[in-house]
Design a protein around this ligand. Structure first.
Ligand SMILES: Nc1ncnc2c1ncn2[C@@H]1O[C@H](COP(=O)(O)OP(=O)(O)OP(=O)(O)O)[C@@H](O)[C@H]1O
Length: 326
């Protein structure tokens, strides 16, 4: 029996299918991300699991129990939403303790569990502060501690890091993954950020227009995207023309190498280059069309615009969109 099962879950608003026949099985302890562009139905799917939005059709089963129409507060889930604000008049400890008070947990047990949850998110020294005295990242960690302290069977995260600046966001991604691995709580996160989904998840559910397009490990989604749309949505790609009647071929920018003109598979001219710190990013023009190439900044001199170079790749890294599908 799967831990969580979405069975043809559907949400209709009038004629619009916000979510259409989404089916997914999640094992206990898994970290799953729902990834897709704005409006693809990620949040609506999560809200149906949380019980804040009523499904039009389909079923949600948690540990074998049908919770499709159960009231949100009876589901006992841990929830961290972007807009799920902390109580401003309560201390950090008070915020984390609140859910336990609602559950009538004894005072001693509450103190122990709050302490444990705050240690988990590295905020044990901040128990007596108020939310206004914390940074954005610290506040998000309080929200996470507040969700985890009730030991929910399922943790739901909706863009939990989107209010944080890029550096903090990256640090929190790793922290989120570490905390989830420590506590082992089955987690579903909504994000439109590919790097975020990849860095924390066991599996990624890619959605488009209310439908599931692919469910796979981050590696498989990146290396073997099921559709043209996914290949472009998760990172950049180069579409390589193929003979008429043959499937579309594509290759990732980091799988291309620049070599001396005449010694690659095709010659190309450097149109533009950008310095990204850890790598160089090139736009080239070639007989195959425009090519995008990323080269690690290993200290060697970059190619200047206007230079004619050769472009090389391993055929094993060339993908067709039908490839990798069972
Ligand atoms: N209450 C509502 N009434 C009518 N349409 C809605 C409602 N909520 C969502 N929708 C529509 O359903 C579709 C899916 O919305 P949803 O919020 O699930 O997308 P999302 O993938 O989470 O997008 P975002 O990343 O922008 O939050 C959108 O077209 C949206 O406009």
């Amino acid at each position: 029996m799967p831990f969580l099962e979405l069975d043809n879950l559907t949400k209709q608003y009038g004629h619009l299918y916000a979510v259409e026949n989404v089916s997914l099985t999640v094992e206990q302890g898994e970290f799953i991300s729902l990834l897709g562009p704005s409006g693809c139905g990620k949040t609506t799917t999560l809200q149906m699991i949380a019980g804040f939005v009523e499904a039009t059709a389909g079923a949600i089963r948690l540990q074998g129990r049908d919770i499709t129409h159960a009231p949100a507060n009876s589901r006992g889930l841990g929830i961290v939403f972007q807009s799920y604000a902390l109580f401003p008049h309560m201390t950090v400890a008070g915020n984390v303790s609140f859910g336990l008070e609602m559950q009538k947990v004894s005072k001693a047990e509450r103190a122990r569990r709050v302490d444990h949850a705050l240690t988990l998110v590295h905020l044990d020294a901040y128990a007596d502060r108020y939310p206004r005295e914390l940074s954005g990242g610290q506040r998000q960690r309080v929200a996470l501690a507040r969700a985890l302290v009730i030991q929910p069977p399922l943790l739901l995260l909706d863009e939990p890091l989107s209010n944080l600046d890029a550096k903090l966001r990256e640090a929190m991604q790793f922290e989120l993954r570490n905390i989830q691995q420590q506590v082992g709580t089955t987690t579903i996160m909504v994000t439109h950020d590919q790097a975020e989904a990849f860095s924390v998840s066991d599996r990624v559910v890619v959605m488009q227009s209310g439908k599931v397009m692919q469910i796979d490990t981050p590696y498989q989604v990146y290396e073997h995207p099921a559709t043209d749309f996914i290949s472009r949505f998760v990172g950049k790609t180069n579409m390589i023309p193929s003979a008429p009647g043959h499937p579309q071929r594509h290759i990732r920018p980091e799988k291309l190498r620049l070599v001396a003109a005449g010694s690659g598979r095709v010659n190309a001219t450097v149109a533009e280059r950008f310095f990204l710190g850890s790598q160089w990013f090139y736009h080239l023009t070639s007989d195959l069309g425009e090519l995008t190439v990323t080269i690690p900044n290993d200290g060697s001199a970059p190619q200047a615009p206007g230079t004619v170079v050769g472009v090389q790749w391993d055929e094993a890294n060339m993908r067709t969109l039908a490839e990798g599908r069972a």
